[in-house]
Design a protein around this ligand. Structure first.
Ligand code: PHE
Length: 475
């Protein structure tokens, strides 16, 4: 098996399947079910989806392979692994600074991720209450929220945002569960969680998609997602598509390097990376096919933005058969997806704290999870008591962002691309060619293509996102 892995890894994954489920669990998350439909909806659908898929396979997939390979070769946390690969390539270990950026990005993403996942937990409770009352009233397969006016249904989001106590409660539940799983280790914690949650997730996803296909406007959704209208494709949309590809594949945020460190030497990395990218993209598209038929069925606006999933969909559930049960299943699905991702967000920094400072896993999980929790509290306050705070008010692209959006923006627009840029330049130009060839196991032809992508295509594309993301005025 994995053999001598950095202290965090103990014995590593018990099988290739265990790794695959954990890595797919890391990739599939709020990014697929909440962010992707939101962005596709806001950017006109088809053309955005097409650019997104191109970004995933041309740039994202080679980067996934690179990060997992760095982890397995270095067998340490994200920074340590890059340093080990640099040593073996005879170049400066300073490249590990990009690993440091990844670890910090993961820590920051975790803080707000837990708050948004908390919204899903809140809606799980709402839907449980609704299912209970529908059973009580003798109509268990009826629509959700019987007899409630639409503004009462949509008003729940505002009620949640207005109640700091509820927001903190949900954030607390989510973070505690995440910390508990990671504290149990790679084998007994992460692997077990992914092994149960991911299959359940897939069953729910397929079931709700089939439900939407029969009861919703499936054809309209297909048309919306797959008919590209290139007039809708702004440079900002292209920029967002690439950023979303990085976020969704969990690139630039320590997760894949760290999970890679626990992978056995016998696992072939290239096909494995391909499966991770394909599964993540498949789930994003299926999520679109799950959500938009329901959105169109009741004439909601696909461009509703970040509230689409939490505020718009309950309205749809209130007008559809069995909406109460489907709604419950839907928010449980979001919760499961978010949990397997937050575990990977926590594991990256935790592995670093263990490797670097020799802390016990439990203590490392408490320290890192606790720190992210505190920043998450600020994010939650940004919706009520600190709603006037604009942390980067002086920087035009972030000026109107509240606390949560600021952290989301800084990590997504700056830190992930920067880390991805560093990794691609490192692999494309500095890492030892024979080492890369041996570890990726690519054939000669594929290797040439891969190296071209890492040396030129990925850095150039990512550099452009960074540039235009930070200075939109240049466009
Ligand atoms: N990929 C996850 C999602 O789509 C988020 C994530 C980012 C997880 C970075 C780990 C690391 O929701």
């Amino acid at each position: 098996m994995a053999g001598a892995t950095g202290q965090a890894g103990e014995q590593g994954w018990s099988s290739r399947t265990a790794f695959l489920l954990a890595a797919i669990g890391a990739a599939v998350g709020l990014g697929n079910i909440w962010r992707f439909p939101t962005l596709a909806g806001e950017n006109g659908g088809g053309a955005f989806v097409l650019v997104y898929i191109a970004c995933v396979f041309l740039i994202g997939l080679p980067l996934v392979l690179s990060e997992v390979m760095i982890g397995r070769t270095g067998r340490e946390d994200a920074a340590g692994s890059i340093a080990r690969v640099a040593e073996r390539s005879g170049v400066s270990t300073k490249w590990s600074v990009f690993g440091g950026i990844e670890i910090l990005a993961a820590f920051l993403i975790l803080s707000f991720y837990s708050v948004v996942a908390g919204w899903a937990i809140y809606y799980v409770f709402v839907m449980i209450g609704d299912v209970a009352s529908s059973i009580g009233s003798g109509a268990p397969f009826g629509p959700a929220f019987q007899g409630e006016a639409q503004d009462v249904i949509t008003g729940r989001m505002g009620t949640l945002f207005g109640s700091l106590g509820t927001m903190i409660g949900m954030h607390t539940i989510f973070m505690v569960v995440t910390v508990l799983i990671v504290a149990n280790g790679v084998h007994d914690g992460i692997e077990k969680a992914a092994g149960t949650l991911m299959p359940a997730f897939f069953v729910l996803l397929v079931a709700i998609t089939i439900y939407g296909a029969f009861t919703g406007e499936f054809a309209q959704a297909v048309k919306f997602l797959f008919t590209p209208d290139f007039s809708q494709l702004t440079p900002t949309a292209v920029n967002e598509a690439l950023g979303q590809a990085l976020f969704s594949l969990s690139l630039g945020s320590a997760a894949l390097i760290t999970y890679g460190a626990y992978v056995g030497d016998d696992v072939k990395l290239a096909p494995t990376a391909g499966m991770i990218a394909a599964a993540d993209t498949g789930v994003a598209i299926l999520s679109g096919l799950m959500i938009f038929p329901i959105v169109f069925a009741v004439g909601l606006d696909p461009a509703a933005g970040p509230v689409l999933v939490f505020q718009s969909l309950p309205v749809a559930f209130s007008q559809m058969p069995a909406g109460s049960l489907i709604g419950l299943a839907f928010f449980v699905l979001i919760f499961f997806a978010a949990l397997t991702s937050s575990i990977s967000l926590l594991e990256g920094p935790v592995a670093w704290v263990i490797d670097r400072f020799g802390l016990k896993r439990l203590h490392a999980a408490l320290v890192v999870g606790g720190g992210a929790y505190l920043i998450g509290l600020l994010c939650a306050m940004g919706y009520n008591v600190l709603s006037d705070v604009r942390p980067l008010w002086f920087w035009d692209i972030f000026a109107s962002n509240d606390i949560l959006d600021t952290i989301d923006g800084v990590t997504g627009k700056i830190m992930l691309p920067l880390a991805a840029l560093g990794v691609s330049l490192f692999i494309g130009w500095r890492a030892d060619r024979r080492l890369v060839a041996a570890e990726t196991g690519l054939s000669a032809g594929m290797l040439t293509l891969y190296r071209f992508v890492m040396a030129w295509l990925a850095p150039l594309a990512v550099f452009l996102i960074l540039l235009f993301g930070l200075f939109p005025g240049l466009l």
